[in-house]
Write a protein that binds this ligand. Sequence first.
Ligand SMILES: [Zn+2]
Length: 474
Amino acid sequence: MRNRITILEKSLKCLTPLLLGGLLGCEAGGAASTSTAVRGATSSESVVVLGAKLIDGTGGAPIEDSVLVLRGDRIVAVGAATATAIPTGARVVRYSGKTIFPGLLSNHSHVGIVDGLVAGSAQYNRANILRQVQQYEAYGVTTVTALGFNGAIFDGLRAELHSGKTSGADLFGVDRGIGVPGGAPSEAVVPVGADQILRPATAEQAREAVRAMVSRRTDLVKLWIDDFGGTLPKMPPEVSQAAIDEAHRHGLRVAAHIHDLGDAKAAVRAGVDILAHGVRDQVVDGELTNLLKEHATWYVPTLQLDESAFVYADRPAWTTEPFVQRALHPDVRAQFEDPAWRERILAAPATQAARAALAMNLRNLKILHDAGVAIGFGTDSGATPLRIPGVAEHRELVLMVEAGLTPLQAIGIATRDAAAVLRLGDRGTLAPGKLADFVVVDRDPLQAIANTQSIAAVWHRGQCAGCNATYLAR
Ligand SMILES: [Zn+2]
């Protein structure tokens, strides 16, 4: 049977450089046939992915020498090479020595808010959003949740990305989101247009806001209830309660922006389904743990949010590596290289606060994870120029391991659990019937979690996504 198999090893050598912009050393002439190399399975043809160590996302032990059989956009079989039948006539892709894990899913990101260093409603446009979802996909984040601030074009773009006809990460999200009149989310921080946020003042207006979001087919409802350290008015409890009740009446779940322990407890008690940030003002206690478990509330720490506030000014070695640099808009890259900018950031009181918030967030994640609280995966990437789509998600994995989770646990949260947050049964693990969304890396992330960054290829819906693209070479 072996001689009937088409071997594509030679052309595959060039998938990495094609994906990440030629930085990783594609041999001249090595791309035997790009069009062949990037093809996935057609609806009638099988593709067999052979030889990789496979992490299936369930948290179980990896398969050292795996077989993954794809047909169309789906996985039809997965198992050990010794125990899995290879369909006759299938095209074979060899990834010996590499590791495969499911495509990452973000439960908290944003699209169309920033372009380079510029933020505002003008950035909420098709070209900018597509560039961002394509960057997420190229970095192995194959599903993204844009958690609020979405404008009128969101619904159509989401439908295109769901269909798979437009390339990029699959997109889900909150339509506008519900903030506070004169309060969060502050336009000084996220200067979006008036049509990208709803600010009800009364319970009835909150119900109307939810109904308007329902009419635009929102996937979730988002509330900003926080007072940002006492600098802004809080959302009145009767407003948040009305929004939560109305959302639940329509079968929608509610995510809430929180920062402090008190707000987290109040949100869970009021029926919020997803805490969209970690608790960062103090150590969590047994009361919050019990509330989260009793209500089966998801906790999405967004560790990278605070790290992003200072780490590019600190400039550790990883920030200068191609994995990060290729993801940066030239203006953002220039800012990171500007000593005056770095000095200003390092001296700012907000930077010290962000360092403390990250340390507390790490500590609280470990406590809640150990206690059995359901953890989701998100970073708030895309909300500011410092939260780099794709890079942020790989840093979140590193930070989860810094918090004390194992690499296998961190990957399980970013795949299986993140899919469960979105109630998407068709992805998140590598199993028969699931979408063929997976990341191929050169080095084993179970040995060192930062190895998720050694991306050799990203497969999305059974196709090697973005292998011909140049969108990272901006
Ligand atoms: Zn956010």
